[in-house]
Design a protein around this ligand. Structure first.
Ligand code: ACO
Length: 162
């Protein structure tokens, strides 16, 4: 298993991985409009961390956007392919993601969690209580009434590696 940060850098390899990831998101997040998923996954302000099996097979990932001046990142989409869910990959992905984002000087993660995913995010250290001051994040991320806003504090020195 490898974890790779992929951006829309125009290379064939990145394109292929982002298409695979987009397909996983579209299948696992059926309430999200497909065009919206495509737009964000290929948007140059967004990055994705992919979990890759056998060197080439994308089995899941996180698509996110960093707001460096505000020192937070928003998780837009997160999914593991259906046949490999509940085997611990989602937890490993989140730990790797925290390890990565910590090095980018990000202090908080925000996400609009689906009802079903609230339990998963809680286990990953996300809370419905938002500790960041509103002026730090309001207006930066879009309101989305199909989910519950959750926040996770990323400690600057904890070792999230696994
Ligand atoms: N039913 C019950 N519990 C579950 C389920 C499930 N379907 N999925 C995960 N869990 C629990 C696990 O039991 C585990 O708990 P434990 O640590 O007490 O054993 C914990 O959540 C983490 O389990 P993992 O195996 O690490 O999670 P997984 O690899 O399945 O990844 C994820 C979790 C990403 C939510 C995955 O199930 C998935 O892709 N679901 C469909 C898409 C989705 O809901 N994505 C999030 C939407 S919100 C957003 O994208 C911003």
């Amino acid at each position: 298993i490898d974890f790779k940060i992929i951006t829309n850098d125009g290379t064939h390899e990145s394109m292929k991985m982002l298409i695979d990831l987009k397909n996983i998101f579209a299948r696992q997040l059926p309430k999200m409009p497909k065009e919206y998923i495509v737009r964000l996954v290929f948007d140059r302000n967004h990055e994705s961390m992919c979990i890759i099996k056998d060197n080439t097979k994308v089995i899941g990932g996180i698509c996110y956007r960093k707001y460096p001046t505000q020192r937070f990142a928003e998780i837009a989409f997160l999914a593991i392919t259906a046949t490999l869910q509940v085997k611990g990959y989602g937890t490993r992905l989140m730990n790797k993601f925290k390890e990565h984002i910590q090095k980018q000087d990000v202090e908080y993660l925000l996400t609009y969690a689906d009802n079903y995913a609230i339990g998963y995010f809680r286990k990953q250290g996300f809370y419905q209580e938002i500790k960041m001051q509103p002026d730090r994040w309001k207006g930066f991320i879009k309101d989305y009434d199909g989910g519950t806003l959750m926040e996770c504090y990323v400690h600057p020195t904890i070792d999230y590696g696994n």
